[in-house]
Design a protein around this ligand. Structure first.
Ligand SMILES: [Zn+2]
Length: 399
């Protein structure tokens, strides 16, 4: 499917009546469940008591941890490539006509910088799409990007931060029309810097290699669910739809095009708020706010024995102002013991920079009444997650 076809498909969906949209979703949901019970050992077992005619609410929900623990059974014996892909979802909240015209004018090239085994790797929607590994050394990544000159660029915020430095120093020469950030949360500061340095539109998405692109940002800054292929539901403790006005016990996600490891009414690991009011931008799809990702809260025991929670965003930025430090990763072990991985401009300054880092971390924790038992320098430089390629500044290494 070409980008143009993808765009017209999305446009058509947005023009449908709520009833028509609902009908399409029901058909796709039914097709996905039917596929999974036939071709997926885990779902076949889960759905053995489900009749042939069912409503969405009748389909048993499934815990994400259960799917991951049973990964072998979770793989389907057949895989169907659905006529949809991540790219359509990516472009859906643009002001299509002007963005599309600019995209064509800039050579229509799309570059995705991601883990090479993630879902985005499959975004083979056009010959002009290239996927670069997030693990490439920065010099190589920059030279590949300078060759490819993307009009659209998709990357993790941690990668964009590196590219920002390269753009500012004039080594990176690309000027994409649109920069799409996904996989990690995009700070307001980084967004503003990217807009300033690249003179591009910057769009945040809620996405992961596991679920695909769930929601894309509109011009109001709201994350609209790509609800023609992804369903997000508020459910009670039994996985039944919540009564109106009730606080949901869980949020369930269904992906209606992913057949290898199907995701059907699965509990979402992140805390998501689904807004009831229509967004003023005119996009009829529901919009959500991510209140916290599962791994976003780090718990410590304070000196007085109380539990203290620190949001990862607060901890993540603690060393960002140290001059000469180009990357870091703080590892937390049991008994409030901490280790720091550092990437520095000048290796001979590493010892001094570490002493600064140690002092800053100690002070940061002290303000929260936590005493770090030891703070040591790790021999490694910051490491990305081997599978997803995401880079986290803070890693909780306790069980
Ligand atoms: Zn909107």
């Amino acid at each position: 499917m070409s980008l143009k076809e993808g765009i017209s498909l999305v446009k058509r969906y947005n023009k449908m009546t709520p009833k028509e949209r609902d009908q399409i979703k029901r058909q796709r949901f039914y097709a996905m469940v039917t596929f999974a019970r036939k071709h997926n050992p885990l779902y076949a077992k889960l759905y053995q008591n489900l009749g042939v005619n069912f409503f969405m609410r009748d389909v048993p929900y499934v815990e994400r941890d259960y799917l991951i623990a049973n990964k072998k059974d979770w793989l389907s014996d057949e895989i169907i490539h659905m006529p949809v892909n991540e790219a359509i979802n990516t472009v859906r909240s643009f002001s299509y006509d002007s963005d599309y015209a600019r995209f064509l004018f800039h050579g229509s090239r799309y570059v995705i910088i991601s883990s090479t085994d993630g879902a985005l790797q499959q975004a083979a929607w056009s010959k002009s799409t290239s996927v670069l590994s997030v693990f490439l050394p920065i010099e190589e990544m920059v030279s590949r990007l300078n060759e490819l000159r993307p009009a659209f660029l998709w990357a993790y915020p941690s990668t964009l931060e590196k590219l920002l430095e390269q753009k500012r120093s004039g080594i990176l020469s690309i000027s994409p029309v649109l920069i799409i950030a996904g996989g990690e949360s995009l700070s307001d500061e980084l967004r503003a810097s990217l807009i300033d340095a690249f003179d591009s539109t910057v769009q945040a998405t809620y996405s992961s290699a596991e679920f695909g692109i769930v929601a894309s940002e509109c011009q109001m800054g709201h994350l609209h669910v790509n609800d023609d292929w992804i369903i997000i539901e508020k459910a009670d403790v039994n996985g039944k739809p919540c009564a109106e006005g009730d606080e949901p016990d869980k949020i369930l996600i269904t992906n209606m095009f992913k057949t290898d490891y199907p995701i059907i009414r699965m509990t979402l690991p992140d805390s998501v708020h689904i807004h009831d009011k229509m967004c003023p931008c005119g996009n009829p799809s529901p919009w959500i706010s991510i209140t916290s990702a599962k791994d976003d809260i780090i718990r410590f025991t304070a000196d007085n024995g109380e539990d203290v929670s620190i949001h990862i965003d607060e901890f993540s930025s603690v060393l960002k102002d140290i001059k000469g430090l180009t990357g870091y990763q703080i590892l937390i072990y049991t008994n409030n013991s901490i280790s720091v991985r550092m990437e520095v401009e000048d290796d001979s300054a590493k010892g001094i920079l570490f002493l600064q880092a140690e002092q800053i971390i100690r002070r940061f924790l002290k303000d929260k009444k936590i005493t770090a038992s030891t703070i040591t320098l790790d021999a490694d430089t910051p490491l990305r997650n081997e599978q997803s390629g995401k880079l986290k500044n803070v890693l909780d290494c306790r069980d």
